[in-house]
Design a binder for this molecule. Structure first.
Ligand SMILES: [Fe+2]
Ligand SMILES: [Fe+2]
Length: 179
């Protein structure tokens, strides 16, 4: 398997979650309300899986290696766009979390922000994924030898292995913090 293999497999699971969010959006439109627990679950997926685990491997390993190489101006431009899109995803998720808290506390006007944030995520994310799968990943591959690509794959695996430990260590640390 090439290094981009696990990244593309992760894209497929992200797409499935986006499908579930689309269903939730249709339900919000019909009922005029949202299940805040579904929003929590979607946020956990986006933050832990799509951002920390998936974007983590892209930014901390693949992009880090590409930054050391003399890549074309076009590829550098696309990489910078992808980094900005990751930031945009985080900002949208933060707005979603804040609106979900307000909604839980009885502020019904927060529903509009929840809907628009979810809508933004389902619209922008597939475009980001296509850009990586069809354009950026194939272009990136040309800057690495087979050995270098396999070394990145090994680093991806190690990165994933650490994720579960990082998640629950930070959970315990946050619970230990005095209130
Ligand atoms: Fe990405
Ligand atoms: Fe990606």
């Amino acid at each position: 398997m090439q290094a981009r293999g696990p990244l593309m497999v992760e894209h497929r699971l992200i797409e499935r979650m986006l499908g579930l969010i689309k269903v939730a959006l249709a339900e919000i439109r019909l009922s005029g309300k949202v299940d805040p627990v579904f929003v929590d679950t979607a946020v956990d997926f986006i933050r832990m899986y799509a951002d920390r685990t998936h974007h983590g491997k892209e930014e901390d390993i693949l992009f880090r290696e590409l930054k050391k190489r003399d890549i074309s101006a076009d590829d550098r431009r696309i990489m910078n766009e992808l980094i900005e899109e990751h930031k945009f995803g985080r900002k949208t998720t933060k707005a979603l979390v804040d609106a979900n808290t307000r909604y839980r506390n009885g502020d019904k006007t927060a529903l509009a922000v929840i809907s628009s944030s979810l809508q933004t995520l389902v619209e922008f994310y597939p475009v980001h994924i296509v850009k990586e799968d069809k354009v950026f990943f194939p272009a990136s591959r040309t800057y690495f030898t087979d050995e270098e690509d396999q070394a990145m794959l090994a680093e991806f695996m190690e990165f994933d292995r650490m994720m579960i430990h990082e998640k629950y260590k930070s959970l315990v640390e946050s619970l230990e913090k005095p209130k």
